[in-house]
Design a protein. Sequence first.
Length: 364
Amino acid sequence: MERLTLFFVGVVWCACGAAGQTPQPRATRPSAAAKNVAPRFKAIWEPVNYKEDISLSDVYFVSKEEGWVSGAAGTILHTKDGGNSWTAQLGGDPHAEGKELKHLFFADATHGWAQAWNTLFRTTDGESWQQVNGDIRGDVFFVSHMKGFRAYAGKIFATTDGGDNWKEIFTCHAKMEVQGLTQEKNCDLETIHFPTPRVGYAMYDGRITAKTEDSGETWNVLVGPEMPGDQRVFWTYFVDANTGYETRPPKLFKTTDGGRTWQGVIAQLEQGYPKVKFADRDVGWSILGGTWAYTVDGKRWTSRQVHFPTRVLSFCLPTRDRGYVVGDHGMIYRYRIVPIDYTAKGMIDAAMMPATPATQGSGN
């Protein structure tokens, strides 16, 4: 149940007069809090589209202004000015042949990776891309420009050379009670996230959380309670070593004890496979289709429908006051804070995020 907090503004009356004088009518002065101050800024979504009819699948920004977008026909687009202009580093032609690049990840502004289903591309200068040899499946997550991980089919793989070579480091196996009977079974892992270079989590199978606290050297399997319904986890994101989120579509769950227990979060997410990403500990988003769910305090979530020209397929949140979404037909929309009198063609009103703190995390 949402709580509604009411704020009351009281007016304190003060009187000054010499003793024995006839009281005079007291003038009142409105307090600053009572004045109706017009807002100076507003939040908007505005189009910064790519001018080709091409499906865009993922987006990753390393700062407010510099980022990449990937999509169909082997496309990778780059911007240094927040999407005002785009340069095709790979592909960009909707009629060309090329694999759809569905996943982007960057360790910094020069080291990045783009993936098709089982094909990996890499850049070491932020501009030129080379294909990495081998059958590489499972979305990559790098904790440095050389060391990375991926989870696929119940196994976790690691690389220490930027993705050229991968070594299987863990196979998921768990003992659990099912309908009162003890079972030993293999478990599947698909999504992986490292909130710190040492602490990482991998999930997919219902009830299973694989966790490392020593940079992937060893992994422990945490088994959750048996519950009705589909408990498979399609996405996980941790804001620190112990606090994280997972989506079991269309439901959202949260842990504050490093994955040992999970509690349901009241949040309305889009049907399908929604992702959750945070700019910092408090501000997090989930956007898929036309549903934008967000929290500004890490506790309570609000959902609203945003009427983009087409469905949102992916998003990123580099800071709490800047975000990007992508979709079909070259659609790219940018979230930002602008002066109250700012206008732009195709602009959509948006919810205002709280002021940016001094210290932020990465929300891609």
